[in-house]
Design a binder for this molecule. Structure first.
Ligand code: 0X9
Ligand code: ZN
Length: 363
């Protein structure tokens, strides 16, 4: 079973309650915090911080940051993030490896970045299938039109906040794509470049400006206020470990003295990506080999801070498959026999704490 024992997808309320309970039960080890900017619908967005004497100063310890649900319909991405938090807490003090890693770091988990979109998708979701629309075709309505497959946030009109209750419109108009900003095109990493749209109705709409959305502002401030040495931003699906950059080398503008091409840290980024993929059985590749993007989370964080960042695309089949698949992919069981994302995440945490502890620098 999963560390939490759950056998069904959490709602937003479940996430918030689970984070509060984890902190209540382990006050020296877990602190729940609200991110600085509420969502457009006025919801608080929460995360947990895990570390020894967590309510005290962080002493400049390296931070491992784990994110989920930038995209509303990608429910497993929050489940794996939350389960990893529970896993660390449950094993702290008994598992020597986990205890050592937690003692030497701060682990910050924000399981649901896009709370408005997720709440809409998870709770009010109907049966609209937008997978065809993702490929440039027309969305297929399988049953009652709904929002289970919405992707973006609840920004209704470009540049204006969402009026009360209007996420329903954001979710359903134009098959779920008619409103909203794609949060994974709204960061400052080459914002406005290829692989993102300037058209409001498009699935990859980049927003009115870089960091125009409260959700991306939250992550910018989180990363800027800490020493985030490694981050994983979870998405679904395709069983991929993606590393910077998001746009092909010939599309990325050259900065002074820096030639076009791979990031400076390509060898080490690849080594850790490959090591994680060896654990979860995913394919490790440059993000741009999937398709070009600009304004994504780790393109910004890596280029702004030098901290390593990866996108995990969890799952072989669906944006939110039957829950058993989520369980198997975390644990490395069933169809996903291997060690699963649990072990991949632990490698990332090891790298966050000290990149010399495994093969990244030592070969
Ligand atoms: O398009 C995206 O944002 C991600 N795929 S998803 O199906 N989850 O929407 C992939 C982004 C990969 N590129 C970068 N991370 N740069
Ligand atoms: Zn996604």
């Amino acid at each position: 079973p999963l560390p939490s024992g759950r056998d069904a997808y959490r709602t937003l309320e479940d996430y918030n309650a689970d984070m509060a309970a984890l902190a209540d039960q382990h006050p020296d080890l877990v602190e729940r915090f609200a991110l600085p900017h509420p969502s457009l619908d006025g919801k608080q967005i929460y995360g947990v911080e895990i570390g020894k004497d967590v309510t005290g100063p962080d002493r400049g310890l390296p931070t491992f940051l784990m994110l989920g649900v930038h995209h509303a319909r990608e429910w497993p991405s929050g489940e794996h993030a939350m389960e990893f938090a529970v896993d660390l807490v449950r094993n702290y003090g008994t598992d020597a490896r986990i205890t050592d890693l937690v003692d030497r770091s701060r682990v910050v988990v924000v399981p649901v970045v896009n709370v408005d979109g997720f709440a809409k998708s998870r709770t009010d979701g109907g049966l609209i299938d937008l997978r065809e629309a993702d490929r440039g075709g027309t969305a297929t309505i399988l049953g009652t039109p709904g929002s289970a497959y919405m992707r973006k946030n609840c920004r209704l009109v470009d540049g204006q906040d969402t009026p009360d209750g209007s996420c329903a419109l954001a979710a359903t108009s134009n098959g779920g794509y008619g409103a909203g900003v794609d949060l994974n095109r709204n960061y400052g990493g080459y914002w406005g470049g290829p692989g993102a749209s300037d058209l409001f109705a498009d699935p990859t709409y980049r927003g009115a400006s870089a960091f125009s959305e409260p959700e991306t502002q939250n992550i910018r401030e989180l990363v800027s206020g800490r020493h985030v040495t490694t981050l994983i931003t979870n998405h679904t699906f395709s069983n991929l470990v993606l590393r910077p950059n998001g746009a092909a080398p010939d599309l990325v503008p050259s900065s002074e003295g820096v030639p076009l091409g791979d990031p400076y840290d390509e060898a080490a980024l690849k080594a850790l990506g490959d090591a994680m993929a060896a654990q979860n059985g995913y394919t490790s590749q440059h993000a741009w080999e999937l398709y070009d993007t600009t304004g994504s989370t780790e393109d910004w964080s890596y280029n702004a801070t030098g901290g390593f960042g990866y996108t995990f695309e969890i799952g072989a089949h669906e944006f939110h498959p039957p829950f058993l698949e989520v369980v198997d992919e975390y644990l490395g069981a069933g169809e996903y026999a291997g060690k699963g994302n649990r072990e991949a995440y632990l490698l990332a945490l090891e790298n966050a704490v000290d990149p010399t502890t495994h093969s990244v620098l030592t070969g």
